[in-house]
Design a protein around this ligand. Structure first.
Ligand SMILES: Nc1ncnc2c1ncn2[C@@H]1O[C@H](COP(=O)(O)OP(=O)(O)OP(=O)(O)O)[C@@H](O)[C@H]1O
Length: 444
């Protein structure tokens, strides 16, 4: 059997010698003596379990150590003298940042049990993370019917070259969709140029789009390549197209029809091959009806239309999205933060998210840094907490049972209901596991 990989962080080598003497048959420990070395080794070897040896509370800088522990998906075990656990600052740190601890002197049976349990837990976490790879498509997270419909539209849009108009509220992911179209099309190796028509002074838009020659106007000290030319062979993403000044809409239409441009101050017409993707958070059809947007340009841009649904219409995706955001930002959180309370998840599904996914990302990032609990609450996210059914919070026993059930069920699935293997991985006896299966009413 291939040995399980672990890392041992041991500054003076005392625990290393004791560990060698135990001669653990299933384990291969890579020993490092500094946090820097540990960081490197963890990146290369990807062990699931790590041991940190302490001879005094000052063995390591608490800040550097906690940052190391939080950065890697490893189950950590502190190896320490019993007296250190009673230390006012050290004890809480062990509770906060470690999966478990082992008091010195090393005890072979006790250590094998602790390591087996940590390894089992790490495997479960890993399998959950691997499942999370299948959380969406095209770099987007979401499996709700609305997102599946969006992916199907993208499947078709990628194979053709026509302009695309992307609608949807602010923060829903319109730019992400445009990037996905570029990234998965045959234009992927050519530039993706973005231009926010609402963020550029109207008098500069023409030169931003088409470029200018030196001396074309006061201040044009040198030739400038416009965004259309810069996107040659690739994609030009025109965000907030509804803000394009009316007179310039005619110029853009001409480019779309003739596939040529003229730099401001020049007479030479240049051929460019660019796919235009435009986005708007306003109803462009209405802008046409009100005379604010050219009808001919609207039809030219709207050959293919995609609407990105608001987040409130895909509440099923919220749990997936927050897990992704949590994992992407885990290096910024304080080490004790482990996830979201069920009350917070419930609240997020009820909240209308006027700022859509962007607002969700901001609130989760803020909560991950500011919360003082293990589980992020609705209050941490700054959103109202809905009344839980029956108006009561689940008891600790109910929460514990739910967690135990989830862990056992996913482990049984992973090991094809092999109870002996699951018991081994979870560090409990078969009899205990059978008792838990019975108590938690898990069907084998
Ligand atoms: N389905 C998704 N999965 C993961 N991240 C997403 C998803 N949708 C949006 N995001 C993220 O949300 C943020 C806002 O997305 P984006 O900028 O694409 O929205 P937008 O609709 O173009 O916004 P605006 O109208 O304000 O320009 C980005 O960080 C983006 O990566």
């Amino acid at each position: 059997m291939e040995k399980r990989k672990g890392v041992l962080l041991d500054r003076n080598g005392a625990v290393r010698t004791a560990l060698d003497d135990l001669d653990l048959p299933d384990w291969d420990f890579h020993v490092v003596s500094t946090i820097e070395e540990a960081n490197r080794a963890l990146g290369i070897r990807c062990p699931l379990v790590g041991l940190v040896a302490f001879t005094s509370p000052q063995s390591w800088s608490a800040r550097e150590l906690e940052s190391l522990l939080a950065r890697h998906d490893v189950e950590w075990i502190a190896i320490l003298g019993r007296e250190l656990l009673r230390n006012q600052t050290f004890g809480p740190m062990v509770l906060r940042s470690f999966h478990d601890f082992h008091t010195l002197p090393l005890d072979r049976d006790r250590l094998i049990m602790t390591l087996g349990h940590a390894h089992g837990k790490a495997l479960i976490c890993k399998s959950i993370v691997e499942q999370e790879d299948d959380i969406g498509r095209y770099g987007m997270t979401g499996r709700s019917p609305k997102m599946v419909q969006l992916y199907r539209q993208l499947d078709k849009i990628l194979t053709v070259n026509a302009p695309v108009l992307i609608g949807g509220e602010s923060g829903t992911g319109k730019e992400l969709v445009a990037r996905a179209i570029h990234h998965h099309s045959e234009r992927a190796n050519a530039p993706f140029i973005t231009m926010n028509c609402g963020a550029i002074a109207p008098n500069l838009i023409q030169s931003e789009l088409f470029g200018h020659e030196r001396g074309a106007f006061t201040g044009a000290n040198q030739r400038k390549i416009g965004n259309i030319e810069a996107a040659n062979q690739g994609v030009l993403f025109l965000d907030e197209i509804g803000d394009l000044p009316f007179d310039l809409q005619a110029n853009l239409l001409r480019f779309l029809q003739e596939k040529t441009i003229v730099r401001v101050g020049s007479t030479a017409r240049m051929r460019v091959d660019v796919r235009v993707i435009a986005a708007t958070h306003v109803d462009l059809g209405r802008a046409v009806a009100e005379g604010r947007f050219r009808e001919d340009l609207f039809y030219r841009l709207n050959v293919l239309h995609i609407k990105v649904p608001p987040l409130r219409e895909r509440a099923q995706d919220i749990a997936l999205l927050v897990t992704t955001i949590f994992n992407e930002n885990r290096h910024q959180k304080s080490p004790q933060v482990k996830g979201f309370s069920s009350e917070a998840l419930h609240a997020m599904c009820e909240y209308p998210w006027p700022g859509n996914v962007r607002e969700l990302i901001n609130r989760v990032q803020h909560a991950m840094i500011m919360t003082e609990s293990k589980l992020i609450s609705a209050a941490d996210l700054g959103i109202p907490s809905p009344d839980l059914e029956g108006g009561t919070n689940p008891t600790l026993n109910e929460v514990r049972s739910t967690v135990e059930k989830d862990v056992i069920v996913s482990s049984l699935n992973k090991y094809q209901n092999n109870v002996s293997e699951v018991a081994r991985q979870l560090g409990v006896s078969r009899v205990t596991l059978y008792r838990m299966i019975d108590r938690l009413k898990i069907i084998l």
